[in-house]
Design a protein around this ligand. Sequence first.
Ligand code: ADP
Length: 323
Amino acid sequence: MKRIGVLTSGGDAPGMNACLRAVVRTAIYHNLEVVGIYRGYEGMIDGDFLKMDRHSVSNIIQRGGTILKTSRSPRFRTEEGRQTAYNRLKEAGVEGLVVIGGDGSYAGAQAFYHQTKMPIVGVPGTIDNDLYGTDYTIGYDTALNTAVDAIDKIRNTADSHNRLFIVEVMGRDAGFIALNTGIAGGAEAVLIPETPTYIDQIITKLETGWRHHKTSSIIIVAEGDDSGGAMEVKDKINEKFTEYDTRVVILGHVQRGGIPSCKDRVMASRLGHAAVETLMEGLTNLAVGLKNNKIVHTSFTKATKLHQEMDLTMFELVEILSG
Ligand code: ADP
């Protein structure tokens, strides 16, 4: 293998740049050439490529987002789109690929491999931490810290005004961000897609807190919770309980931005490095990950079918610690 391609795909995550830097520098270290592919699979279909050298990734380890840009590509879901992408890669002399993204990007990589047999290795880059085959995904730690920082600030104002804040955090399919920010931010309740939500129990808890002169409360809702989101939770609570002035905060896309944390940068560097070495070993159709602080490989088939398991004792911890 002489030349590899690298792209970032799907939802952006802080630390993708650190990973890209590691991919480029590791490849150059092993005398491989690197082609950067812009805008994920869309750029692959359009042949939107740039030859990268070690300076192409200078000064990006600390930058959020992705300098290669990312996209969602409906065209790549078609056989024709993937064939065009393959032709473009062949014209550019690309013989292997590193895809940094979430489970959708892995599914795309798998379809691409089955159709073209292009060697391909995935790297887990998503703030949601919902990928099987790794303990943590790139961007998750930074997103958590952003959310906790916001909750600390909300707590200040909640306390000053005797308010109940209902804070919606990201997580369409997984409650990892909600549960961990809930514990770290001292939330009274956390609503996540993995468990059924009982609004009446939350109201009972709020009433007890109110009777015990609790001056403020914070409830964290994952956007994919079965309750329908923070606005719906507010309406349902206020139907029966109106003691607190209730406010909703939807953190939204701020959770995707920001300077990547040290943990994300180190992990991104290790995983980017491992992805290139994995390709060089001739392994393909799989993702690299970190389990118990060791690099592991997981087939795309497993990584797209299975989900990271949540430790639900953490959920009980919220109940116990919030009193
Ligand atoms: P993420 O990687 O963050 O989960 P998406 O779910 O949007 O993001 O997936 C990124 C892209 O991967 C999609 O826009 C699409 O181009 C490609 N993709 C996802 N699933 C498939 C599939 N089953 N077949 C082909 N391409 C897919």
